[in-house]
Design a protein around this ligand. Structure first.
Ligand code: ADP
Length: 360
């Protein structure tokens, strides 16, 4: 999931870790003595200390290894996505800019009547750019980005999810402005009350809602962005907290053209005419952004496969030995890469959007 800089990368301790102040800080957390912590955990905690060398109140009772996990694996200091990298979705970009980016950049203006909601839901078919939007929000608002998949909280962190959620919100509050992106949020805030619903997953959900409530009331600059392909599974409590709900639909024909052009151009492979691109767009009705990416990948293999069947050896093959990528390569790729979203599913999103979406 993208390139994350480890905490060890460019470490500059904010305090002297000579045992005078840092030592006191680490020894007070979760009852662990400083000796019990390894160097990377200590460094990570030191990075979160305030100018006084003290660990913020919120983090003191949390387990150091969870704080370290959030800092190293969930926090992404350089999300590296900008609006210009996202094809189409002009409407969503405009709404998000007004609803979240401006308030994150100018909290002094966006208060009182103008105070923004702290929860945004992006819903729609898979592979349409929801994660990209989350990253772009952080990039454009110069905020720290935290990414977590809710299903990993319920599956991988069995029994510990609750603690990890506390660590996540705790670290985010030390790294404001912050964007917490929760992928597959339906698996955390689902309305299903199956008999099998474990006590632990109920507690996890409660903890999550409490944390959201906490920063919603305060003056914290934390935005929660939830993404889901199954908005209909969200319960009323979840909808209430995710005040803005934006439909992220399949890409339009122009957006598909943009994706094809952009991906080929990046690799110096774009030799298709406008007419060629139009043909490809007509053939890819119903394809998601991620389907388009897979299609381009497959089509770009066409010239390579052909050169190899003509007798070129892979070890000696030069760029010039390969012909340009053509519409025919896309037609072949269309046999391999099928659209991942069905018409039926689209109807469900549109229905839900009519009923609960913020802006149509
Ligand atoms: P989602 O979170 O909606 O499931 P992602 O944002 O993870 O989808 O998109 C998956 C990949 O598909 C992206 O990394 C990108 O390459 C491509 N993609 C999807 N939507 C777009 C878009 N609107 N513009 C450009 N690329 C896109």
């Amino acid at each position: 999931y993208g390139a994350r800089r480890g905490i060890r990368g460019n470490f500059i301790p904010p305090i002297k870790s000579n045992g005078n102040s840092g030592g006191n800080v680490t020894s007070r957390i979760a009852g662990k003595g400083e000796d019990a912590l390894d160097d990377s955990t200590k460094k990570c905690l030191e990075l979160l200390c305030g100018p006084d060398g003290e660990l913020p109140e919120k983090l003191r009772n949390l387990e150091p290894r969870l704080i370290e996990h959030v800092s190293n694996e969930i926090m992404d200091r350089d999300p590296n996505v900008r609006w210009d990298d996202i094809a189409g979705l002009e409407h969503a970009k405009k709404c998000v800019t007004e609803m979240v980016i401006w308030p994150l950049l100018r909290p002094d203006i966006f208060k009182g009547c103008r105070s923004p909601g702290r929860g945004l839901l992006l819903f729609g078919p898979p592979g349409t750019g929801k994660t990209m939007i989350g990253k772009a929000i952080a990039g454009e608002a110069k905020a720290t980005f935290f990414y977590i998949s809710a299903s990993s909280l319920t599956s991988k962190w069995i029994g510990e999810g609750e603690k990890l959620v506390r660590a996540l919100f705790g670290v985010a509050s030390c790294r404001q402005p912050a964007v917490i992106f929760v992928d597959e949020i339906d698996s955390l805030l689902s309305q299903r009350k199956s008999e099998g619903e474990h006590e632990s997953s109920r507690r996890l959900k409660t903890q999550f809602l409490i944390e959201m409530e906490g920063f919603d009331c305060g003056s914290e600059q934390i935005l929660l962005v939830g993404a889901t392909n199954r908005p209909q599974e969200l319960d009323e409590a979840a909808r209430r907290r995710l005040t803005k709900r934006l439909y992220i639909p399949l890409p339009s024909s122009e957006a598909r053209a943009w994706i094809v052009q952009n991906l080929l151009e990046k690799d110096g492979l774009l030799e298709l005419s406008r007419e060629d691109i139009d043909i490809i767009c007509k053939l890819t009705e119903g394809y998601s952004g991620s389907d388009m990416k897979n299609l381009v990948k497959d089509a770009s293999m066409g010239p390579l496969r052909e050169a190899l069947t003509q007798g070129f050896e892979i070890t000696k093959l030069k760029k010039e030995d390969m012909r340009p990528v053509t519409v025919k390569d896309f037609e072949n790729a269309l046999q391999e890469v099928r659209p991942s979203v069905s018409l039926n599913e689209l109807g469900i999103y549109e229905e839900w959007n009519k009923q609960f979406g913020s802006l149509s």
